[in-house]
Design a protein around this ligand. Structure first.
Ligand code: ADP
Ligand code: MG
Ligand code: MG
Length: 248
């Protein structure tokens, strides 16, 4: 499970996370909601170990492993997957090679044998089939000319190949249409398993119509101010964050 205790972090000397306590048991999907600027993306960057996001206190462990002590690549090998809000385009790099490199880096980190091109192709085809995706996905340049939905599909494929213990999905506040959100939701739902957990970060309630979370946490001004079931997301949609602020 993911266990975060008293986590504080700053960016450019400015405190952003002001004491986050959060537990996501394995097998569960939790949502983090909150207004713009509340620190949602900062939390995901801190968990992924992004440069410039300085942890000033507290702890974050995944299945007992201290994530904050690890380099970003080591966190991936420890089972953390972070979907980027804005996926990179890598012209000239074939998507199959890109995905195989990412998978093999994690396998090396776990002390597992790397997959050669044929072994990878076999695995990728099996995952594509499970996700009902086309094999064309493997032939293109990484994200080059991909529509928003195709980028999301690729992200879900990557997640399915890497099979993380914890997926952190920070869905950007803008630019994602409902079809793209559905692709993410279908992917998370397909991966739901006793040894998989997801933290879905979203500004919008509508994503949670498709991924029904076990718990919803509301993040405001760097703190989790309320936790509830899926109904909390509906309530927020109806009455907005101001009602939470008043109650907190
Ligand atoms: P959210 O994802 O909830 O919209 P963010 O984590 O992006 O919130 O931002 C939280 C706060 O941290 C905001 O006040 C934002 O201006 C600030 N912040 C985030 N990233 C940076 C950065 N790289 N440099 C300076 N300030 C930042
Ligand atoms: Mg934002
Ligand atoms: Mg954000």
């Amino acid at each position: 499970m993911l266990r975060i205790e008293g986590l504080t972090a700053e960016v450019d000397g400015k405190p952003i996370l002001k004491g986050i306590d959060l537990e996501v048991p394995t097998g569960e999907v939790h949502a983090i909601m909150g207004p713009n600027g509340s620190g949602k993306s900062t939390l995901s960057y801190v968990l992924a170990g992004r440069e410039g996001y300085e942890v000033t206190g507290g702890s974050a462990t995944l299945n007992g492993v201290d994530l904050l002590a690890l380099e970003p690549e080591e966190r991936a090998a420890a089972g953390v997957f972070l979907a980027f809000q804005y996926p990179v385009e890598l012209p000239g790099v074939g998507n199959a090679n890109f995905l195989r490199t990412a998978l093999n880096a994690i396998r090396r980190g776990k002390g597992e044998a790397e997959l050669d091109a044929m072994q990878f192709l076999k695995l990728a085809r099996a995952r594509l089939k499970e996700l009902q995706m086309s094999e064309d996905m493997l032939k293109r340049g990484v994200n080059v000319g991909f529509s928003g939905g195709e980028k999301k599909r690729n992200e879900v494929l990557q997640m399915a190949l890497l099979r993380p213990s914890l997926a952190i999905l920070d869905e950007t506040d803008s630019g994602l249409d409902i079809d793209a959100l559905k692709i993410v939701a279908d992917g998370v739902n397909a991966l739901r398993a006793p040894d998989f957990a997801a933290l879905v970060i979203t500004h919008y309630q509508r994503l949670l119509d498709y991924i029904v979370p076990d718990k919803v946490h509301v993040l405001m001004q760097g703190r989790i101010v309320q936790t509830g079931g899926p109904e909390l997301a509906k309530q927020l949609e109806a009455s907005g964050y101001a009602s939470v602020q008043a109650a907190a």
